[in-house]
Ligand binder design. Structure first.
Ligand SMILES: *Cc1c(COP(=O)(O)O)cnc(C)c1O
Length: 361
């Protein structure tokens, strides 16, 4: 069977060359006589894989030396608890901007461990924009300030960052990591579930400034303490070995085939422009998000008629454009056009949408 164009929000499409490489190395990884899946995580061969993965991530993202890179499990969702447990340790306060379901979950979980304050929210319009904020409302002695940089469900992204001064800025970058360059030094902590833009599911990457490690709340479970993982080079327990290996392959693809994050950004902007330009000119389809806040990665759209939306999703699936159904909280459609979605996939989707529009005028 031919491969489909997969617009899933996550787990999502991986670069074809990465899948091929993983397949080639499946039975015998570089003369070891084993699959990476079967190897001891304490073996020399595996140690080289995880070290190379970290080195590549540091290189591609230009991560400063005073940041630790942690390879964890539990998904981005575990970070909603791990962050307050580790960071809410001075005033016990943190600030939040609510731009969707994930940002709200991070806020609610933090409120279990300390004083969580909402600085701004776009809930009034189904999170279809990034709200304005007033610096006068920021908590001056907050232990951190949390945002969700790219809102996977609603299709918005932050284009400027809150100026939080000495308060560490923490960002969920699950659905925009590696999609464009990011100035890591602006943040105290960045985290991402890998299944959107880095690897298959099972790996959570945390990039944390060293001075924020080591003062976890007393009640913090051992496995939720950043220090434990930092001190053990992400090997306190068995890491998600195979996923880290695929992450390494994805980073090699990004570095060697794409040529780094500047190039990745240009490609992503090109793909997004093809889709948004069509949505802006279409008489049938329209985007659901304020133009200035549009995501590069997740593009929700509707026809305004639920039956027609369902018909579109059905026909698109049959034509090989899969996972276009929108999140249940927004309805309509959503095309996630992560790094591994080729430009050609977006061009073909738009051609299909045009034909659908003509047939249903
Ligand atoms: C997918 C996603 C999550 C949840 O990730 P899990 O790894 O499933 O816990 C959190 N935040 C954002 C922005 C996401 O896109």
């Amino acid at each position: 069977m031919a491969r489909v164009y997969n617009f899933s929000a996550g787990p999502s499409v991986l670069p074809e060359s990465v899948l091929k490489r993983a397949a080639e190395e499946m039975m015998d990884y570089q003369g070891s006589g084993q699959s990476v899946m079967e190897m001891s995580h304490r073996s020399k061969t595996y140690d080289a894989i995880i070290k190379e993965c970290e080195a590549l991530l540091r290189e591609v993202m230009n991560i400063p030396d005073n940041y630790k890179v942690l390879f964890l499990q539990g998904g981005a969702s575990s970070q909603f608890a791990m962050i307050p447990l580790n960071l809410m340790n001075k005033s016990g306060k943190a600030d939040f901007i609510l731009t969707g379901q994930w940002a709200t979950k991070a806020y609610k979980e933090a409120a279990r461990y300390g004083e969580a304050k909402v600085i701004a929210s776009s809930k009034d319009k189904t999170f279809s924009y990034i709200p304005e904020w007033d610096e006068a409302d920021f908590t001056p002695d907050a232990d951190y300030f949390h945002i969700c940089m790219n809102n996977t469900i609603y299709g918005t992204k932050f284009t400027k960052l809150p100026e939080t001064g000495d308060v560490p800025l923490v960002a969920d970058i699950s659905s925009c990591v590696l999609s464009e360059p990011i100035d890591v030094s602006r943040f105290g902590l960045l985290y991402a579930g890998a299944q959107k833009n880095m690897a298959p599911a099972g790996l959570t990457v945390v990039i944390v400034r060293e001075d924020l490690i080591g003062n976890a709340q007393e009640i913090t479970p051992t496995m939720f303490n950043y220090q434990i993982h930092a001190d053990n080079d992400s090997m306190f327990n068995t890491p998600p070995c195979y996923t880290i290996y695929v992450c390494k392959l994805v980073l090699e693809w990004l570095k060697n085939e794409i040529g780094g994050l500047e190039n990745m950004k240009a490609i992503n902007e090109k793909k997004a422009a093809i889709l948004y330009d069509f949505l802006d000119s279409s008489k049938l389809f329209k985007g659901t998000v304020e133009k200035k806040d549009r995501s590069l990665m997740n593009v929700p759209f509707v026809t305004g008629n639920e039956e027609l939306d369902a018909k579109f999703v059905k026909e698109a699936t049959a034509a090989g454009f899969v996972n276009l159904k929108g999140h249940r909280s927004v309805g309509g459609m959503r095309a996630s056009i992560y790094n591994a979605m080729p430009v050609e996939g977006v061009e073909k989707l738009v051609a299909f949408m045009k034909a659908f529009e003509e047939a249903n005028a």
